[in-house]
Structure formats: C-alpha cells, structure tokens
Design a protein around this ligand. Structure first.
Ligand code: ADP
Ligand code: MG
Length: 261
C-alpha cells in the first residue's frame, strides 16, 4: 500500500514541477536501472536528460513555427560540388553561429536559384537548434507589412517585434519595384538591430543596385553602411540549381550552358 502511494506521489510530483515528460520516461529507465544495476545518479541523469531533450524538441518546434520559413533545409542538404563558389568550410564556420553570438550580419548574393534562400534557412534552422529565435520574411512582404502598420498606427509595435528575434532573415532584397518609402521603412529595423542582433540578407542584385531600388541613395547607403560594418558576404557565382533537373532532361541545353554536357 505504501509502495503504491509512493508510486502515485512520484507520478504526481513531475506535474507539479512541470516536468511533463518525466512520467512517460519513468517506466523504461526504472526497469533498465534495476536490470543494469545503475547507480542512483545514473538513473537521475537519464531521467532528467530525457526531460531536457523533450523540452529542447518542443522549444525547437515552437521556434520553427514562429520563424515562418517557407521551407526547411539544412546545411547538409546543400550540394557544394554543384556550387563551387560556396566554400563548404565557410558555411561550416557560419553554422557554428559565432556571427549570431557576435551580432554580426551575413549577406548572401547571387543569381536566382543558386541556393541563397536554402543557405539562409539552413543557418536559421541550425540557429533554432541552438535555442536562438529566428524570423524569416521576404523584403517585399516586410515592406507590405510595414506599410499596413504605418496606416493602422502600429508601426512602433512592429518595429519592436522585429528587434526581438536574435536572427532576422530578410530574403530577396531588391526584388521589388523602386520605392522611396522602402528605404525609410527598411532603415528602421536595420539600424535598430545594428550591433545588437544579426541579420541575414539575401539578394540577387549587387549592393550598387540597391540605391536604385530603394530610390533614395542617402538612406540606401546608410542602410548598407550598417549592414556591412560587421558582416560576411557570401558571393555565389554559378548556375541555378532549379535548372539542373531541367538540363538533365535536355531542356535549356544550348540556351543556358553551351559548353556543358
Ligand atoms: P535562390 O534563393 O538563390 O533563388 P533557392 O535557395 O530557393 O535559390 O534554391 C532553389 C531550390 O534549389 C531550393 O529547393 C534549394 O533547396 C535547391 N538548391 C539550390 N542550390 C542547391 C545546392 N547547391 N544543393 C542542393 N540544393 C540546392
Ligand atoms: Mg531565394
């Protein structure tokens, strides 16, 4: 009877301590501990380890949802042989996330289909696995959002929210019609995050052309200045990965790459 009560209490305590995974894990390790002659410390280590792993998994699932990635990719899924201008060692170094710890920025430039968004997301996914909060948005969606917020008098609130994630990914910089307001809107999150939290910006236009699309050379250079001050640039020069399958199927052969295959 008293053993029964102890068992009930042991199952009740985790709920009070919000150790939600622990009751599920109790049975297996308890049996293994008896069979395997574990020490009490080993048993406790195993139980608490399972609780911590479950929490980390839940946290990553929540952060992934909040990040709004359009798709999920990892650095391992990137084919470096196909894109030799991207150094595998450099991506591995970026995947250590030192740049996020130091609130530095990463700019990924290159033609369409060369894996800019893939790499940005892959680093975002890696960041989440390290407990870092991430938010992904295309620059045109962000501008749309900020424009709406400005009309509805919610701009301050949005700008504050954009400062919260430790890593903000701005995808497709420059892929929108030239707009003077864009520079004013973009300057805010970039300058507020400057030296405080990291940005990854992808673009298929070179820095020199950002002035044209932002239609305000002074603000464009103020934005670039802050983005580039503590930053790394990955310059991808190569063929679109999207065309690879099509090329294999024989479409595009002469048009895009006369010398190959
Ligand atoms: P970009 O953002 O440069 O236009 P994406 O990152 O969207 O290109 O890549 C287009 C598609 O091709 C995605 O599905 C991406 O995962 C894939 N892809 C691009 N480059 C590579 C690569 N080197 N290895 C594996 N997949 C790649
Ligand atoms: Mg892209």
């Amino acid at each position: 009877m008293s053993e029964q009560l102890t068992h009930e209490r042991v199952l009740g305590h985790p709920a009070r301590l919000r150790l939600n995974r622990l009751p599920d894990c109790l049975g297996g390790p308890a049996e293994e501990a008896t069979k395997g002659d574990w020490t009490y410390v080993e048993f406790l280590d195993r139980l608490l380890g399972a609780e911590i792993a479950a929490r980390a998994e839940r946290d990553a699932a929540m952060k992934t949802k909040l990040a709004h990635f359009p798709f999920v990719k990892t650095p391992e899924q990137f084919d470096f042989a196909y894109q030799p201008s991207v150094g595998e060692r450099q991506v591995k170094e970026l995947a250590t996330l030192r740049f996020v710890a130091e609130a530095e920025n990463l700019l990924i430039l290159g033609p369409p289909g060369t894996g800019k968004t893939h790499l940005a997301i892959a680093l975002g996914v890696r960041a989440i696995s390290q407990g870092v909060s991430v938010y992904f948005v295309t620059v045109s969606d962000l501008l749309e959002m900020l424009r709406r917020d400005a009309k509805e008098d919610r701009l301050a609130h949005r700008l504050q929210a954009l400062c919260r994630p430790k890593l903000l990914i701005l995808d497709e910089m420059g892929s929108f019609p030239p707009d003077r307001l864009a520079a004013q809107f973009l300057f805010q999150p970039v300058s507020r995050r400057y030296e405080q939290a990291s940005l990854i910006v992808t673009s298929n236009t070179s820095y020199g052309d950002w002035g044209d699309v932002l239609a305000d050379p002074v603000l464009a250079s103020a934005i670039l200045d802050r983005l580039l001050h503590h930053s790394t640039t990955l310059n991808i020069r190569g063929q679109s990965y999207r065309l690879r399958e099509k090329k294999k199927a024989g479409v595009f052969h002469d048009l895009t790459e006369p010398k190959e295959e």
